[in-house]
Design a protein around this ligand. Structure first.
Ligand SMILES: CC(C)(COP(=O)(O)OP(=O)(O)OC[C@H]1O[C@@H](n2cnc3c(N)ncnc32)[C@H](O)[C@@H]1OP(=O)(O)O)[C@@H](O)C(=O)NCCC(=O)NCCS
Length: 186
């Protein structure tokens, strides 16, 4: 490995240090300012962003995966499972908020995050993953289509950004095989 090759890793986050949360907030802010936020069009106040990420860790149906670049959190994605009462959909999960800080893109972190979400979904006996992206999120569209996600529909009225109506594409992928995971977050 050359000296300039970054050390990259992706893991599920069960707990995050204050430094990790600060790095995740920095990464979120830079992604939002770059136009690729996850719903946010402008960075929210820092304390709200921090509470958002700490809240994600507490939601039983949400699994947070983080991508690290030389040890610092620069990316994340969430696997959203169904609440226990939703038996009809307990084999369905969603991947959301897969983003990478602009300066850390192009190293495969988003792909590794999506694959980590899929691996965990399989372990929960999930059979299908659904997700949706704005039509303007071209890198994400490429990413998911190359991972085998099938576009099944487009909603022309998916989002309104700076007064402009934006379409959104809806994808689904069937998962095969894998071993069952014991338990979820309590
Ligand atoms: C989409 C995003 C997460 C990709 O992050 P990344 O770490 O650069 O992606 P990776 O390096 O893992 O690349 C994986 C694949 O994504 C696609 N991709 C990444 N950047 C791309 C670009 N600029 N143009 C087209 N495709 C691109 C490619 O298919 C790539 O595979 P390849 O390297 O084999 O060609 C990043 O651009 C981002 O944060 N965008 C804003 C947020 C967003 O759109 N999130 C998705 C919906 S919530």
């Amino acid at each position: 490995m050359s000296e300039n090759t970054p050390n990259l890793s992706v893991d599920q986050a069960f707990d995050l240090s204050d430094t990790d949360i600060a790095d995740l907030c920095d990464a979120s802010e830079s992604a939002i300012l770059d136009g690729g936020g996850f719903g946010w069009l402008k960075p929210p106040p820092r304390d709200l962003l921090e509470r958002y990420w700490r809240g994600v860790l507490l939601v039983p149906e949400r699994e947070l995966f983080v991508g690290r670049y030389d040890g610092r959190v620069v990316a994340s994605a969430q696997l959203v499972l169904q609440p226990r009462n939703n038996e009809a959909q307990n084999r369905i999960a969603t991947i959301t908020t897969n983003f990478v800080a602009p300066w850390a893109r192009g190293h495969g972190l988003a792909r590794d995050l999506a694959v980590a979400c899929e691996r965990s979904a399989r372990q929960h006996s999930v059979r299908f993953i659904n997700l949706d992206v704005r039509e303007t999120q071209e890198a994400a569209i490429q990413l998911y289509e190359t991972l085998g996600y099938e576009r099944w529909g487009t909603n022309p009225n998916y989002a309104v950004v700076n007064g402009k109506t934006i379409a959104g594409h809806f994808y689904t992928k069937s998962l095969r095989g894998g071993s069952r995971k014991k338990g979820r977050k309590k």
